[in-house]
Design a binder for this molecule. Structure first.
Ligand code: PLP
Length: 372
């Protein structure tokens, strides 16, 4: 394995940032790898594979219908195309070329119009949609969302994510109520969320997950929801979906990953806290560095270590520390959203105990170098 790093001159990475696309997201369990391998080594009637794995996943989750797609971004684009194209066979093949006569506006809260690594609005545009923002940068109520719905509205899009503004935003349940009272579908992007049933049960018509994030599958995505809407998503394979094709290995890998994900005893936030304790103690020994437990800002059961770097004591800002740790012989990646406030977060889910030791040693080493 280390030969891969050598052969292509790649740096080893400690991923303390969570499920991050820039580092390859996650490392699937052996049974998922086996399912991918099986997929790679056999032929299938592909339509049957798509339909039957989708039905199997739907059965596991207690939802009407489901389909595996290439990633959550592809899920957003194809869900948007689905609610705009519906059964229009001509538009399916000519979304790029023909004027859209039916509703094509996708309404979302302004605070949900984020960049998660690529902009939400880009995916909406790929699906033929036109973004219409509701509310303000810092707030969107149910009334503010409802106010921008017109006969041109094709769907409401709700982004359930830590990337979005969290304060003064309507809930998914409130978005469902607005969608129902206006007779428009609700699409929920729950890419990194852990509950595969909740948003469907709340009443969303389509819900989108990233296959490699919480589910820890191969690069893939899951779209689930009401029968008719999922059927329209599936049709996109003959249109824009072809540019986002998912292979048999991805389909079988994700189906297996969902099944094991549902059975697996999840590492609890409390277990993460226990794992972090010696690490936090070691960090607090370092002059100018302080560490403590913080809980996930989006409300998931994830505990992380917050490290604060005291710039006055260290002569280095958190931003400089982050850059130096990435630049070392082993690239160490933190969650750096608050680096400009002097803090970073360590997500320990993909970090071994010995790697935690490496991290605290690297920090100590860097600060020592500074003193010389
Ligand atoms: C990660 C993410 C996506 C994209 O998921 P991919 O599977 O990488 O395409 C979309 N929306 C949100 C909120 C995300 O966090």
């Amino acid at each position: 394995m280390s030969s891969i790093y050598k052969k292509y001159q790649l740096k080893p990475v400690i991923n303390a940032s969570g499920r991050m696309t820039i580092l390859g997201v996650s490392t699937p369990q052996p049974e998922v790898v086996e399912a991918v391998n099986l997929g790679l080594n056999h032929y299938f009637e592909m339509q049957d594979l798509v339909d039957k794995t989708g039905a199997y996943i739907a059965g596991l989750l207690g939802v009407e219908s489901a389909v595996v797609v290439s990633c959550a971004s592809a899920g957003i684009a194809q869900a948007v195309a689905a609610v705009i194209i519906k059964d229009d066979a001509d538009l399916l093949l000519n979304l790029h070329a023909k004027p859209i006569h039916g509703p094509c506006e996708i309404v979302l809260a302004k605070g949900h119009n984020v960049n998660y690594g690529a902009p939400v609005a880009t995916m909406v545009a790929l699906g033929g949609g036109k973004v219409v923002e509701a509310g303000w940068a810092n707030e969107c109520s149910a009334e503010e969302l409802a106010a921008v719905i017109t006969p041109n509205t094709a769907a409401i899009l709700y982004i359930k994510s830590h990337h979005t503004v969290q304060k003064s935003m309507l809930s998914v349940a409130e978005a469902v109520a607005v969608a129902k009272s206006h007779g428009v579908p609700l699409i929920v992007d729950a890419a990194a969320e852990e509950d595969l049933r909740l948003y469907y049960q709340l009443g969303a018509d389509l819900v989108i997950y990233s296959g490699a994030k919480a589910i820890e599958g191969p690069s893939s995505g899951l779209v689930l929801g009401r029968e008719q809407y999922v059927a329209w998503v599936k049709k996109q394979g003959k249109g824009i979906g072809r540019a986002m094709k998912v292979g048999k290995e991805g389909i079988l890998g994700l189906t297996c990953a969902i099944e094991t994900y549902l059975l697996r005893e999840k590492e609890s936030g409390e277990q993460m806290v226990a794992k972090m304790r010696p690490f936090i103690a070691a960090l607090n020994e370092i002059h100018g560095v302080s560490a403590k437990v913080v809980w996930d800002g989006a409300g998931r059961d994830i505990a992380r270590t917050e490290i604060a770097f005291d710039q006055a004591a260290l002569g280095r800002s958190a931003v400089e520390m982050v850059a130096a740790l990435k630049g070392g012989p082993i690239a160490i990646y933190f969650r750096e959203y608050k680096a400009n406030e002097g803090k970073v977060e360590v997500d320990v889910r993909s970090v071994s105990d010995s790697q935690l030791t490496t991290i605290s040693e690297q920090i100590q080493q860097l600060l020592k170098e500074k003193l010389l």
